[in-house]
Design a protein around this ligand. Structure first.
Ligand code: FMN
Length: 365
C-alpha cells in the first residue's frame, strides 16, 4: 500500500510516503529568503508522495532558530516560488509548514530585539535554541522567558497565519500544514499546565484550542480546506511540555472539530515512537473514528511498520523524517529493499551543502 497512489480531496500523490517537516537552518537569517541550495534539496526529494516543508515562521517574532526560511513577505514568497517550481517539475507535491515558535525562542532572533511571545510567562527551563551571539558566532543558548501575548496580539497571530497562507498559495505550494505540535505556540496554548490565561484563550479545552481553530478558519478563507494539514503530537513532552493529562478527550476533540470543517489532513506525531505502532493503543482508533479526512502517521516509520499502520486502517499516509535527510531517493530505496545511508546529526542544522544536498541519490525509480 505504501507505494500506491493516493488521492484526498483536491490533491493526488504518487505514493503514500510523506517527507516529514524538518528544519534545516540553511537560509540567511537576515532576510529569511529560500536560496538555491534549498531549491536543490527539495528537488532531490520530490519522489516523496508529498513533502511537508521545514517549519516556516509566519512573522519575525514567530522565529525560534537562526536561518529558518520564512513566509511573511513577497520577497520570501518569490524565493519559495523557485522551490515549488523545482519540486513540481520533478513530479512532486509540496506543502508549507506554517510555524510560530512562541516561547521556544530568544530576543537575538528578532529584528526588533523583542522577547519571545508565550501563552503565559512560564519559561521553557531546559530548552535550547540557536542564535548568532553578539560576536557574530553561532551559539546554542537557553530559551528566554516569554512575555504573554495580549488578547489583541493573539488575534494578530491569527491574521499572520492567514497572510502567510495567502503567500504560500502565491508561491505555488499545493497546500499548507499548520504546526500545532511539538511544544510550539499552538501546543503551548493547548497545554493546561502552561496556559493560565483568563481571556477567551484560556481555561476550558475549547478555549485552549481556540487559537488553533481560529487559525484553521482564517487559513481556510485563503486555502481550500482539503489542502490544509494540522499537525498534533499527542503525549509529547519535547520543548519542556507536560504530557496532556486527558489525551482520549483532548485529541478526539480537535479531530472532530477539524472533521466538521472538512480539513483535509490530520498529522499525528508520536515523539516516543511507542503507542502509534501499538495496535492495542486506543488513541489512533479513537482519532480514526472522530475524523474522516486523511490521517498522516509519523514517528520511527520505515517500510514494515508503515505498511502495518496503513493495513490496520489507522493512517492513510506515513510521514518519514530523518531517513529522508540522508536518502533523497528514499521511496525507491524502500521499494527496492536497498540499504539506507545513515544520517549525520552534526549537519542537521548547519553545514551548508554538506549533509544537505550531497547525499547520494542512486536508486532507479
Ligand atoms: C532535523 C530535524 C528537524 C525537524 N524539524 C521539524 C519542523 O520544522 N517541524 C516539525 O513539525 N517537526 C520537525 N521535526 C520532527 C520530524 O518532522 C519528525 O516528526 C521526526 O523526525 C520523527 O520522524 P522520524 O522518526 O521518521 O525521523 C524535525 C526533525 C528533525 C530530525
Amino acid at each position: 500500500m505504501l507505494f500506491d497512489p493516493f488521492t484526498n480531496g483536491a490533491v493526488s500523490f504518487a505514493n503514500r510516503i510523506v517527507m516529514a517537516p524538518m528544519t534545516r537552518c540553511r537560509a540567511n537569517h537576515h532576510d529569511a529568503i529560500p536560496n538555491a541550495l534549498m531549491v536543490e534539496y527539495y528537488r532531490q526529494r520530490a519522489t516523496a508522495g508529498m513533502i511537508l516543508s521545514e517549519g516556516v515562521p509566519v512573522s519575525d517574532r514567530a522565529r525560534g532558530y537562526i536561518g529558518t526560511p520564512a513566509l511573511w513577505n513577497e520577497a520570501q514568497a518569490d524565493g519559495w516560488k523557485k522551490v515549488t517550481a523545482a519540486v513540481h517539475e520533478a513530479g512532486g507535491v509540496l506543502f508549507a509548514q506554517l510555524w510560530h515558535c512562541g516561547r521556544i525562542s530568544h530576543s537575538a532572533l528578532h529584528a526588533d530585539g523583542s522577547p519571545p511571545s508565550g501563552v503565559s510567562n512560564k519559561a521553557a527551563a531546559t530548552s535550547k535554541t540557536f542564535i548568532i551571539d553578539k560576536s557574530g558566532a553561532p551559539a546554542m543558548v537557553d530559551c528566554e522567558a516569554p512575555v504573554p501575548l495580549t488578547t489583541e496580539e493573539v488575534k494578530d497571530v491569527v491574521r499572520q497565519f492567514a497572510y502567510s497562507a495567502r503567500l504560500a498559495r502565491e508561491a505555488g505550494f499545493d497546500g499548507v500544514e499548520i504546526h500545532g505540535a511539538n511544544g510550539y505556540l499552538m501546543d503551548q496554548f493547548r497545554c493546561p499546565v502552561l496556559n493560565d490565561r483568563t481571556d477567551e484563550y484560556g481555561g476550558s479545552l475549547e478555549n485552549r484550542y481556540r487559537l488553533l481553530l481560529e487559525i484553521v478558519d482564517a487559513v481556510a478563507q485563503v486555502c481550500e480546506p482539503s489542502r490544509i494539514v494540522v499537525r498534533q503530537s499527542p503525549l509529547g513532552v519535547m520543548n519542556d511540555m507536560a504530557a496532556d493529562p486527558d489525551p482520549l478527550v483532548t485529541y478526539p476533540y480537535i479531530a472532530a472539530e477539524l472533521d466538521r470543517r472538512g480539513i483535509g489532513f490530520l498529522h499525528i506525531y508520536d515523539q516516543g515512537m511507542t503507542w502509534i505502532n501499538n495496535p492495542a493503543s486506543p488513541l489512533m482508533a479513537t482519532l480514526r473514528a472522530a475524523y474522516k479526512g486523511a490521517i498522516i502517521a509519523c514517528g520511527g516509520f520505515l517500510r514494515d511498520n508503515g505498511e502495518a499502520i496503513l493495513a490496520r486502517g489507522h493512517a492513510d499516509l506515513v510521514a518519514i523524517g530523518k531517513p529522508f535527510i540522508s536518502n533523497p531517493d528514499l521511496v525507491a530505496r524502500l521499494r527496492q529493499g536497498h540499504a539506507l545511508t545513515p544520517f549525520d546529526q552534526n549537519t542537521f542544522y548547519a553545514g551548508g551543502a554538506t549533509g544537505y544536498t550531497d547525499y547520494a541519490c542512486d536508486s532507479m525509480s
